[in-house]
Design a protein around this ligand. Structure first.
Ligand code: ADP
Length: 396
C-alpha cells in the first residue's frame, strides 16, 4: 500500500499543455477518480504516474520514493486499461499468471496468487476457459486479476469499463468497489463518466484543461463545487447557472431577486457580476413547496418540454426574459431556460403557467469573472421591520 503524490507536475507536447502544474496527494488505500471532459489531461496524468510518460516538470512520489525517473516496472503499479489485451491463445490461468511466469516466480507462489486473485474477482472454475469463450465483463475481470497477482502498491485504471454495455458497467462498478474493500490498495481510476466517479470514489479529482479544479469526496463536489466548472460538470442534468449582479440587497438576475447581506461574501462587492446556481431538484412548484422552509418568493414561468424519467419528471421552464443564461451544457437547460425536477405523479403539461420557488438553503453563488464559488446555501431570511432598511426577502 502507498500514497501517491504529484508535485507541480506539468506535461507539455509542443504547443499543448496536457497537464498543467498538477498537485495531487492521494492517500494510502484511497480510491480516487480523475474525471473531466475528453482531452482534459486525465490519461496523461495517469501515464505520468505509471511511468509511461515523462513529465516535463514536477515530481511524482509513490510512498516515500521519488519515482519520477523510474521505469514503469520499478514503480510498484499495475495498470488496467479500456482495451482488454488478453492473449487469445492462452487460457485464463495462463493469461493471469503470464507476468509472474515471465519474472520466474516459483510455481507454488504463482498458484497461490492466481487462486487468491480469481477468488477476489469471482472467476473460480473458469481458469481453463479461453478468452473467446468469455463475456466482456469476464474478460475484464481476467485483466483485473492479472493486475492483482502482481500485488502492486497502486492500481491504475484507465476507463476499464468503457467498452462494456450499460448494464455490465453498473454491475462492474459494484464489483470494483468490493475489490477495493477486499484489497485495501490505492486505486487511481480515470473516467469521463461522472456516475462512475460519484459511486466508486473516496474522492473525485475534477480536471479541466490540464488543471486540477477540485479534489474532494463526491458529495462535497456535488454540494459545494469549488467553481463554475465543477458546478456544471458534476451532476446530471447540470446545475442551472444564471448570470446576475450583486446589489446592496443580494443578487439580481433578469428573473430572480434573492435577498441577503452582500457583505457575507468575500472578494466581490455590489455592482460585480455574480452567477446564481441552482440544481433542478432545488426548484419547486410553489404548490409542492410546503416542506421548503427557506424558499424564495414565487415566480411566474411557463413550462416548455417535459421529460418523464419514471422516477421523476424533468421540466424545462421558459424564464420570462430570455436574456437569462442558463447552463448550456450537454445535459443542462438551454439558454433562457431553467430545468426543474418534480415528482413523477405531478400533474403538469407543456405550455402551462406555473409558479416556482427556489430553495434558498441550496443556492450557490459564484464570481462570474473568476468562476470561483462564493457561497453555498443562504441562511433563512430573518423578517425585520422596514425601518432597519433590511428587506427579508423579495422577488422582482
Ligand atoms: P483525456 O484522457 O482527459 O481525454 P489526454 O490526457 O489523453 O486527455 O490528453 C490531454 C491533451 O494532450 C489533449 O489535448 C491531447 O490531444 C494531448 N495529447 C495527449 N497525448 C499526446 C501526444 N502523445 N502528443 C501530443 N499531444 C498529446
Amino acid at each position: 500500500m502507498a500514497n501517491v503524490t504529484l508535485e507541480h507536475v506539468t506535461k507539455r507536447y509542443e504547443d499543448v499543455t496536457a497537464v498543467d502544474d498538477m498537485n495531487l496527494d492521494i492517500r494510502d488505500g484511497e480510491f480516487v477518480c480523475l474525471v473531466g471532459p475528453s482531452g482534459c489531461g486525465k490519461s496523461t496524468t495517469m501515464e505520468t504516474i505509471a511511468g509511461l510518460t515523462k513529465p516535463t516538470e514536477g515530481t511524482i512520489k509513490i510512498g516515500e520514493r521519488d519515482v519520477t525517473k523510474l521505469p514503469p516496472k520499478d514503480r510498484g503499479v499495475a495498470m488496467v486499461f479500456q482495451n482488454i489485451a488478453l492473449f487469445p491463445h492462452m487460457d485464463v490461468y495462463d493469461n493471469i499468471s503470464f507476468g509472474l511466469r515471465l519474472r520466474k516466480y516459483d510455481t507454488e507462489e504463482i498458484e497461490r496468487r492466481v487462486e487468491h486473485a480469481t477468488e477476489v474477482v469471482q472467476l473460480e472454475g473458469m481458469l481453463d476457459r479461453m478468452p473467446e469463450e468469455m463475456s466482456g465483463g469476464q474478460r475484464q475481470r481476467v485483466a483485473i486479476a492479472r493486475a492483482i497477482v502482481r500485488q502492486p502498491d497502486v492500481f491504475l485504471m484507465d476507463e476499464p469499463l468503457a467498452n462494456l454495455d450499460a448494464k455490465l458497467r453498473v454491475h462492474m462498478r459494484t464489483e470494483l468497489q468490493r475489490l477495493h474493500k477486499k484489497l485495501d490498495t490505492t486505486i487511481i481510476y480515470v473516467t469521463h463518466d461522472q456516475a462512475e466517479a460519484m459511486t466508486m470514489s473516496d474522492r473525485i479529482a475534477v480536471i479541466n484543461a490540464g488543471e486540477l479544479q477540485q479534489i474532494d469526496p463526491p458529495l462535497i463536489c456535488y454540494n459545494e463545487p469549488a467553481n463554475l466548472f465543477v458546478a456544471g460538470f458534476i451532476g446530471s442534468p447540470s446545475m442551472n447557472l444564471i448570470n446576475g449582479e450583486l446589489t446592496n440587497n443580494g443578487i439580481q438576475t433578469d428573473t430572480f431577486s434573492v435577498d441577503f447581506d452582500p457583505s457575507i461574501l468575500e472578494g466581490v462587492s455590489p455592482g460585480d457580476q455574480v452567477t446564481l446556481g441552482v440544481r433542478p431538484e432545488d426548484v419547486y412548484l410553489t404548490d409542492q413547496s410546503e416542506g421548503v422552509g427557506n424558499a424564495t418568493k414565487p415566480k411566474h414561468v411557463t413550462t416548455d418540454v417535459l421529460e418523464p424519467m419514471g422516477n421523476e419528471i424533468f421540466v424545462y421552464l421558459n424564464l420570462d426574459d430570455s436574456k437569462e443564461r442558463s447552463m448550456a451544457d450537454a445535459e443542462g437547460a438551454a439558454k433562457g431556460q431553467l430545468l426543474m425536477s418534480v415528482d413523477p405523479d405531478t400533474e403538469i403539461d407543456e405550455d402551462q403557467s406555473v409558479d416556482i420557488v427556489l430553495d434558498r438553503s441550496s443556492l450557490h453563488l459564484f464570481d462570474t469573472e473568476t468562476g470561483d464559488a462564493l457561497l453555498h446555501g443562504l441562511e433563512t431570511p430573518v423578517a425585520v421591520s422596514d425601518e432597519t432598511g433590511t428587506v427579508a426577502e423579495s422577488d422582482s
